[in-house]
Structures are given as C-alpha cells and as structure tokens.
Design a protein around this ligand. Structure first.
Ligand SMILES: [Zn+2]
Ligand SMILES: [Zn+2]
Length: 493
C-alpha cells in the first residue's frame, strides 16, 4: 500500500521503464540469460538480462512461489485484495487474475475479492475529480470479474469500536495440513467437474452493493457533511508524518471492516521490497522498532480473525514498473496529501528520498535494508491480554512503568475541552475525554503520533469509543481488586 501514501508514484517509481529500456537496448544488445534466444528487454540486476517472455515467467513464478513457500492461504479461502490503483497493487491484481486462469497444476486456488478505498477527500480532489477516478477504478475492477467493494475514507468515521479489538481466531482447517487441504481441494474440484475452468473460484453475481447489474452506475460520494467532518479530523493533525500515519490507520481499518463483514479471512496488500525497506527505516524513526516484523513481514496477524499478507514484498519497484509497462497493467494514481508551505516533509518522505539517493550509487541498498528486516521475528511482540495491547496499532505495549513516567512530561497537552466539559461532573467520562488518559493505552510509537493528532474531540469516533471502554474497564478492574479480598485470587491470573 506504499503507493497509497502519496508522493506521486512513491517507492522508486523514478525509473521510467521506457527511458531505461531504450537506453539499455542500444548500448548493450544482449540475449536473455534464461532462454538464450530472445533479445534482452530489461536487466533486473546487474548482469541478469531477461527477454519479455522470460521476465513474465519469472514474475509469475515469484508470486506463486511466495504463496507456496508460506503456506498460509488455503485452497477455497476468501482473500480480499487491497488495491489502491497504484503500480504495485495493480500488478498484484493482475497476478491473481493470471494465476486463476492457469492450468490446474499451477493454478491459484483461493477466492479473490477486491477492495478500493477512495481517499479523494483528504488528497485534495474536488467532488468531480473524485467521481472521475472512482468511475475509472470501478471500470477496472469490473473488468476483473471479481467481487469488489468501493469504500470511502469518510466511512472510517462510522467504524465500530470493535475494529480496535482482535477478532476470534477460527482456524479454517484446524487439523488438516496445508498439503492435505490442497489435495482435498483438487479432488473436490475434479468431482464437481470444474476442471480448468475457474467457475469454482469466482462466485457469480455482483460484488459491489452499489451497482447490482449492468454498467457501473455513477459512483456516489458520501454526504458533504461527512467529508467536512473527515477533513476536520485531518486538519487538526499537526504534522505530515502524523497525517500519513492516521491515513494508513483509517485505511487498514476500513479494509479490515470490509473483510470482516464480507467474510474474508485474508487481506493481500501490495507492498514491494522497496516499500518494505522504506517502511523499516521509517518505523524505526517513528519509535516502532519493536514491531518491525509485524509491520513489514509476510504475515501480519495482529487482528486475529483476518490476517494481512504481503505477497509482493520480494519484488522491487523497478520490476513492478517494467511488468506494468510491458503487459499494459492499468493504474490509477491518487494525488499526494496536500501540504502547506510551513509543513516539514514527513519522515517517510525523507527516508524514501535518502534510500533512493543511496540506491542510485549503491544498487544493493534497498535489498540490504530489506534483508536486514528478514532477520526479525514477530513473536517478540505478542500481547497476551487486552490491557497489554496498544489501542491504535494493536501491538504489545512496549513500555514499563518507569519509561512511562519519563515520557509523560513531553506528552502533556493543552486541554481546553477539559475545562469546558467540567471534570467534576462525571469523573469517568471526563477522564476518558482527557487526552493524557489515552497515553497508558498506547505503545511508544503511537504515543508520539498521538501527540501530534488534534484534540480528543477531533479523533475518529470509533477510537474515542474504544478508548472510553478500555479506560472504564481498567478502572472497574482496579475497583474489583481493591474491595473483596477473597476475589483477589480470581482477579489475578
Ligand atoms: Zn528469454
Ligand atoms: Zn501502537
């Protein structure tokens, strides 16, 4: 989803395939290293010239190999592809389309759906521009034949608080191994007589509730009042870095909600190796060092019932750009987040600029950073109960009491709404609306971001609702522990 973070193409899209190809073709007429016959159309790494056909094979194989190696997506499982219209997720969509139409042995066996989050409101698009890119996107998605869901960022304001709680894990195939599941599925398909046709994998009927039949109807935008409300949330944010983090959070929560309500158990996102490298360094700078593995690894299971997977994380932005160029993969590029003159560039932007600059002179920069991330383990950050889980990112709280005290003074924020509300009326409610009351619920990285978000009143309603619930439940737990001595044993675990 890296391309969704703005920057007009992001992630090393600086290499224009057309320009590079012509240059390389003229100065080094070479043959393909794989088949030895075709003339090289591109050079992936130094000394690896590929012809078009072999590059296609290589690209497709890499995708299947990534899924095969990890053995996480079971046959017949519903997988939601998060597509932003950017180069990487569009290439991912094409891969899945191709994978489903292959011969039985090499066929992908999951059931895909697509979700697109329209972020036009915060990307400075006019209603007319938004409707245009939505219509464009809808035409692309409809052409895939997959069920698809168009979601507006405004809908994040209506998310339920439960999105901040992990769902119950229900392993779809508890006792069956991956191999058995695959064999069983193939047999089942043969018995049904589906053979190579993909009628078994793409359920009939329309995907989007917005256009039941026929050509796409003009996509409707959310009510203007809701757009205004969303803009207020973003305008209250003090830095571009925090704005990007907030956008990413709302986006993933909307995708997660779509997956939950439509019965998808996996979500695929389109982060490339270039994106992963940028995210690794950015998150380090954001104080999220403890969660690098879950934030950037192949699988992200913090949400419990819905797992996020990143199948493109071994592709470079360059490979994606060439693939899209050679095989005419359409993309719809969203404009970057609008900036004001006094805004400092975001940390992500600075890191990207730094890495891409290094990459020009040292071509192994991205892969070196990427491979460093591979050595991290996700198990370190597993929270065991709710009170140990960050309210916003759902990772394990990484602070003990002492660090908390040390951090506290920097996080005291002006609380004008505190006085307006009158904190003596209902200590619980008033406490819950106090910005510093949120601090113990957050991990170190989210505290830094949270500090730069606006006052509590401009936070998305679902965040406030869940925070209040957690503050109340913590207080009730404390009261329970204080009163009856015989219950103490039960309360402790
Ligand atoms: Zn070849
Ligand atoms: Zn957090």
């Amino acid at each position: 989803m890296c391309e969704a973070a703005g920057d007009g193409g992001g992630c090393g899209a600086d290499m224009g395939p057309a320009r590079r190809r012509r240059g390389e073709g003229q100065s080094h007429p070479r043959t393909c290293m794989k088949c030895g016959k075709g003339s090289a159309a591109l050079i992936i790494r130094v000394g690896d010239p590929f012809c078009r056909n072999c590059f296609h094979e290589y690209f497709v194989h890499k995708f299947r190999a990534m899924l095969g190696k990890n053995r996480i997506i079971f046959p017949g499982e519903k997988v939601l592809l998060a597509v932003s219209g950017g180069p990487a997720s569009s290439a991912m969509l094409r891969q899945v389309q191709e994978g489903l139409s292959r011969e039985t042995a090499k066929k992908l066996r999951f059931i895909p759906g697509v979700v697109y989050v329209d972020e036009g409101a915060v990307r400075g698009q006019s209603p007319a521009q938004r409707e245009q890119s939505l219509a464009c996107m809808e035409t692309l998605l409809q052409a895939t034949g997959f069920p698809y869901y168009l979601v507006h960022l405004e809908q994040a304001l209506e998310l339920p608080a439960s999105i901040l709680r992990p769902g119950p894990v229900t392993p779809s195939e508890p006792s069956v191994s991956y191999k058995e599941a695959v064999e069983g599925f193939i047999q089942q398909q043969r018995q049904k007589g589906y053979g190579d046709k993909d009628s078994g994998t793409s359920p009939p009927g329309p995907g989007s509730g917005e256009s039941p039949e026929g050509p796409p109807a003009a996509p409707r935008l959310p009510a203007a009042a809701l757009t205004q409300e969303l803009l207020k949330v973003f305008e209250a944010v003090q830095t571009l870095t925090a704005k990007e983090e907030l956008l990413q959070m709302l986006r993933i929560h909307l995708i997660l909600q779509t997956a939950r309500t439509k019965g998808y158990t996996k979500v695929m996102t389109g982060e490339t190796c270039t994106c992963v490298a940028i995210k690794l360094l950015t998150n380090l700078a954001l104080g999220r060092g403890a969660f690098l593995a879950v934030d950037t690894g192949f699988k992200d299971d913090r949400h419990g019932d819905v797992m996020v997977v990143r199948p493109l994380r071994e592709y470079t932005a360059k490979e994606i750009a060439f693939y899209n160029h050679f095989f005419n993969v359409p993309t719809v590029i969203a404009p970057p987040l609008p900036t004001k003159r006094r805004d400092k560039p975001s940390i992500r932007h600075v890191v990207e600029h730094f890495l891409m600059g290094l990459q020009k002179d040292f071509p192994s920069t991205i892969s070196t950073v990427y491979r460093t991330g591979e050595k991290l383990s996700a198990d370190l950050a597993k929270p065991s109960c709710e009170s140990e889980r960050c309210l916003l990112c759902l990772c394990a709280l990484d602070l003990d009491g002492e660090e908390e005290l040390a951090l506290e003074p920097t996080l005291i924020i002006d609380e004008p709404e505190m006085e307006r509300n009158g904190c003596c009326q209902d200590p619980l409610a008033a406490g819950a609306e106090h910005k510093s009351a949120y601090i113990p619920l957050l991990c170190y990285g989210c505290r830094l971001t949270f500090k730069e978000l606006g006052p509590v009143t401009t936070l998305p309603p679902y965040v406030r609702a869940e925070a209040q619930r957690r503050i109340r439940s913590a207080e009730m737990q404390q009261q329970n522990q204080e009163v009856p001595p015989e219950d103490k044993e039960l309360g402790k675990s």
